[in-house]
Design a protein around this ligand. Structure first.
Ligand SMILES: Nc1ncnc2c1ncn2[C@@H]1O[C@H](COP(=O)(O)OP(=O)(O)OP(=O)(O)O)[C@@H](O)[C@H]1O
Ligand SMILES: [Mg+2]
Length: 407
């Protein structure tokens, strides 16, 4: 009976955890954002892979709804290039799905035979209605989108709705996968900035989530983004919150299996407090021990096995995106003392002279760095320094090279 107890841990992109540990400050900040009048600041949620951006975004939705805000949005993680036209269609589609159940359109028609009075017909507002506004508005994409959104505001004026939150996950793709000569990111920023400048009862807020490349990209697109956004940088969980992330799901699911203090602290150590790793390791430990619960032993962490499984599942697919020379380059980075935080091109160049037979020149290093940024392995922050986009990447690389040198 015990052996079929459900595993309460959920490693996986966007998998809602049974218990969202920490992040209360971030949720409070978002609540304050909703209380602004007029709206001056929008929100950006950034952080490394697996740090919990998507699930935090999911948790902001009920907060907004409880305050009579509508919520709409989408995941922009598609490989196809995002054009202005597609972004517009998506925004208008999202909007029509949202307004359809709330806003009716009325039309008057003269019945056949002219005998009766005018007939009043009503129908929910549809995509076609909104798209029609888009298409008949003269001007550029942003003029058209502004017209649609302004109209939406008017439609909602007489309801109790305070506004609409537009939430877009993986928003760095707006810049990264933009088609040639298209500037969907700038369009989006211009539209929201302009609508927010005109005071109105019904407000709009933009919430963008993505890798840390997102904010620098926004700044490149429009310098005013600095004033337009509050940036919430998600980091690893504190030891207390990590502990809660491990213990609460066991408690909440009334798990027959519990972890000792020793096991909990080992898991925290191995995970570095990063949510994805916490979920992953806990799931592994749970699966390994639930079948043996009748033996009455305390679960232990099979460190070596779990790490090698994690390497295969999480790190290797990312590592394999790099060429041999790029991997060598990242090996040099992983040997730096500051490999887990920020590093400069110069630091890599000088470390490469001692670590490798043939070091990297400055221009070659810059070139490789931008290729790695392109592949999503590294990101460049606003001050021109670099970091790994994946947490605990340096330790993984060191493990790989230790393995090679021990063969
Ligand atoms: N605060 C938290 N407490 C407990 N678990 C969490 C927390 N935040 C995230 N997780 C777990 O971590 C994993 C990764 O979360 P999520 O997909 O939201 O990360 P992300 O930052 O969006 O990652 P990516 O950059 O890959 O999109 C999920 O399994 C999720 O359940
Ligand atoms: Mg995500």
């Amino acid at each position: 009976m015990n052996s079929i107890a459900l595993n309460p841990f959920r490693p996986g992109a966007g998998q809602r955890p049974l218990y969202l540990a920490g992040r209360s400050q971030e949720q409070d900040r978002f609540t304050r954002t909703l209380d602004q009048s007029p709206v001056l600041r929008n929100v950006i949620i950034t952080g490394l892979r697996g740090v919990g951006k998507t699930v935090l975004l999911d948790n902001l939705k009920p907060i907004a709804q409880a305050k009579d805000w509508l919520w709409t949005g989408n995941d922009l993680s598609e490989s196809a290039s995002l054009t202005e036209d597609r972004i517009s269609k998506r925004l208008v589609t999202d909007l029509s799905l949202l307004l359809g159940p709330i806003v009716m359109k009325y039309s008057q028609t003269l019945p056949f035979g002219f005998t009766k009075e005018m007939e009043k017909k009503s129908a929910p507002i549809s995509f076609d209605d909104l798209w029609n506004i888009y298409e008949t508005t003269p001007g550029l994409t942003d003029d058209k989108l502004k017209a649609v959104l302004s109209q939406a505001r008017i439609m909602l004026e007489r309801t109790n709705i305070n506004g609409i939150v537009f939430a877009y996950d993986e928003a760095q793709n707006l810049a990264d996968h933009a088609a040639d000569k298209e500037i969907p990111l700038s369009v989006l920023l211009d539209v929201f900035a302009s609508l927010q400048r005109s005071h109105h009862k019904v407000k709009f807020i933009l919430v963008l989530t993505g890798l840390p490349t997102l904010f620098p990209r926004l700044n490149e697109a429009r310098t005013y983004t600095e004033r337009m956004f509050d940036v919430v940088m998600l980091d690893k969980l504190t030891p207390e919150d990590s502990m809660a992330a491990i213990e609460k799901p066991l408690e909440m699911s009334q798990s027959p299996l519990t972890f000792s203090k020793q096991t909990v602290s080992e898991i925290i150590g191995m995970s570095g407090g990063y949510p994805y790793f916490l979920q992953y390791i806990c799931k592994e430990v749970f699966d390994a021990w639930i079948g043996r619960i009748d033996e009455g032993e305390e679960p232990e962490v099979a460190k070596v096995e779990i790490i090698s499984k994690l390497d295969q599942d999480f790190f290797s697919p990312r590592w394999d995106r790099a060429t041999d020379r790029q991997q060598e380059f990242m090996y040099v980075i992983s040997s730096l003392d500051n490999s887990d935080s920020e590093f400069t091109t110069q630091e890599i160049v000088s470390a490469s002279k001692t670590a490798l037979e043939k070091g990297f020149s400055s221009s070659h290093a810059t070139q490789i760095l931008s290729a790695l940024v392109e592949k999503g392995l590294i990101y460049r922050n606003r001050h021109g320094k670099y970091s790994f986009a994946v947490p605990l990447m340096a330790a993984f690389i060191q493990r790989q090279y230790r393995l090679i040198s021990s063969i």
